[in-house]
Write a new protein. Structure first.
Length: 395
């Protein structure tokens, strides 16, 4: 039945290929179709299924023109509103929901990073790097300037322990502004640097968490975990320089690309007779409900060879006031409650709230053939950052 539906979906996509291009469906649907057919003929995992739930945030308190008081109020809303929400919930390991703030260096002018560091020091999440840049103003970049910008950011953030490991190394996870990783948007919009992934690797990036998105930036390998590379000769190198993650396989030479769910979702509160395009985005316009959460898990993103470890990565732009109820209010509370009720019975399912860093570690453990409880591998290769808010000094 599922195969019949998929074939029908291909036919519909072909008939309406103009609309499909406009909505970016052609960039991800073929890969998702092939993956879905493969999963249909793959035996479902036996025993306990572990659900890794990661919430990543393209966290932007404002732009350069936003009033300082507005930016501060947005950061304060999370520092005061998130702990009570998280404290009401626990996964199978007794850990509260982990929120990963991918924070842009452009906005750290009012002590915002120090406040978020204090939140993370208390065990509510972690901080990684979110970067907007372009060929044009206000953030023009070529390879040299991009490298310098990242190195300056790492040095700046490390003053309060962000990116700092106990052994003195600095590493970071990455989300590209406007999803334009490796110059993947048409005309070089919002990037301009073809060989971006090489620069990321050389400056300490351990993984990219940018995708999914329904436009030309989206990798063809939808709903999968893979190593993607880049090169100077062409944009979006990660589509052709790509190597899937697999249990027991030698790691690829590119950067690990950790994707969230993308696909057609028929169960929707906004479209009764036509499918929604699921992009794992959480906002007021695309809020969570039980059937949607179930869909994320049914997509079964995992490392081939370890199907009982399922990775669910969702994202948001969490600073905006209009999304606050969905992220910090009753809707968020209901989302976590459903995860804990439906996917944490201890026998069929065990739930694990993970940060972006922990997601990377557990993926790498699976790749190395580890099994059992993923909780044992939260710090497998990269330990928790040494957050030091008291050492933060504004210039």
């Amino acid at each position: 039945m599922a195969v019949v539906f998929l074939i029908a979906a291909v036919f519909v996509a072909f008939i309406f290929r103009g609309a499909a291009r406009r909505r970016g469906i052609t960039y991800w649907f073929p890969g998702d179709l092939l993956r879905s057919i493969s999963l249909f003929f793959t035996q479902r995992p036996q025993g306990t299924v572990h659900i890794m739930f990661a919430f990543v945030d393209h966290f932007e308190p404002g732009n350069r023109n936003a009033p300082p008081d507005l930016q501060a109020s947005r950061v304060d809303a999370w520092c005061t509103g998130y702990p009570p929400l998280a404290d009401r919930h626990r996964d199978s390991d007794g850990i509260s929901p982990q929120h990963t703030f991918f924070f842009p260096p452009h906005y750290d002018k009012q002590g915002h990073l120090e406040k978020l560091t204090s939140l993370c020091s208390a065990g509510y999440g972690e901080i990684e790097l979110h970067l907007h840049h372009d060929r044009q103003e206000p953030w023009p970049d070529d390879e040299e300037s991009l490298r310098r910008k990242i190195e300056e950011c790492v040095e700046s953030f490390s003053r309060c322990g962000v990116f700092c490991l106990p052994d003195g190394r600095c590493v970071y996870g990455f989300i590209h502004g406007d999803w334009a990783l490796a110059n993947s948007l048409a005309g070089g919009e919002h990037c301009g640097v073809n060989d971006e992934i090489t620069i990321l690797q050389q400056t300490g990036c351990y993984a990219d968490f940018t995708f999914p998105v329904s436009n030309e930036a989206q990798p063809g390998r939808a709903n999968s975990l893979f190593y993607g590379g880049s090169c100077r000769e062409r944009p979006k190198g990660f589509d052709s320089i790509a190597d899937p993650v697999e249990v027991g396989k030698t790691p690829g030479k590119g950067l690990l690309i950790v994707q969230g769910v993308i696909g057609f979702r028929w169960r929707s509160r906004t479209h009764r007779f036509t499918p929604s395009i699921e992009q794992a985005n959480i906002s007021k316009a695309d809020y969570t409900f039980a059937e949607r959460i179930d869909y994320w898990i049914q997509k079964r993103i995992h490392v081939p060879g370890r199907p009982e470890w399922i990775f669910v990565k969702v994202h948001t732009h969490g600073a905006r006031e209009e999304d606050r109820e969905v992220l910090l209010g009753e809707t968020a509370d209901a989302m976590y409650s459903h995860l804990e009720t439906a996917y944490n019975d201890g026998e069929r399912y065990k739930l694990h709230y993970v940060s972006a860093r922990e997601t990377y570690n557990i993926i790498k453990a699976a790749e190395d053939g580890k099994s059992g409880n993923p909780n044992d591998y939260r710090d497998y290769l990269i330990p928790r950052y040494v957050y030091l808010p008291s050492r933060f000094k504004k210039k």
